[in-house]
Design a protein around this ligand. Structure first.
Ligand code: ZN
Length: 185
């Protein structure tokens, strides 16, 4: 669930990112006075968070109303030989937000774009077996909450749909039209 615990976790990611930026400064000024008190920050660069610049929305490509959990999707992806679920967050029809893969790690959701993106998957995307925008109002609100929380933590992140980078229908609608306003700074 997206709750205080998740906010705290994101805050720690932000702190790690801040530390990383400071450590880059240290590397640039290796012999400067900053070195005297920032060895810990310098070492934290070993565990640097990757650079993020976008959020990519997916659907689970499951029938509207079907209850699919993170663990189910994880089991599908493990069967493909991956080491974890490909997405970082899943949005259930009831509006709850669930963690998938650790955000520090590249996802496995959009070919060529995984290294600098956060993969979000809403449960649904099919109606009578055909691609359809089945997002519930609660899912849409949850998506907004997640986008703004992630932007608060990581700075500006543009929002896209999987189908902008692939011939697939996923997430079953055009994100740049539905969420045009959200990409306006
Ligand atoms: Zn997708």
């Amino acid at each position: 669930m997206f709750c205080l615990k998740e906010s705290t976790r994101l805050k720690s990611c932000w702190l790690k990112r801040e530390s990383n930026e400071i450590s880059k400064t240290i590397r640039g000024q290796f012999f400067s006075c900053k070195l005297r008190f920032n060895w810990i920050v310098f070492m934290s660069n070993l565990f640097a968070l990757r650079d993020l610049n976008k959020i990519i929305l997916h659907c689970s490509a499951t029938e509207e109303g079907r209850d699919v959990k993170v663990d189910t999707i994880r089991s599908w992806h493990l069967k493909r030989g991956w080491d974890d679920i490909g997405y970082h967050y899943c949005l259930y029809a009831d509006g709850s937000i669930h963690r998938g893969r650790d955000i520090d790690k590249s996802g496995a959701h959009t070919k060529g774009e995984n290294h600098n993106s956060i993969g979000v998957c809403y449960i649904g995307g099919l109606k009578d077996g055909k691609p359809a925008d089945t997002m519930t109002v609660k899912q849409e609100l949850a998506f907004m909450e997640l986008v703004f929380s992630l932007r608060t933590t990581f700075g500006w992140l543009s929002v896209h749909g999987h189908n902008e980078y692939s011939s697939k229908a996923c997430p079953s609608f055009v994100v740049s039209e539905k969420y045009k306003w959200i990409n306006t700074k």
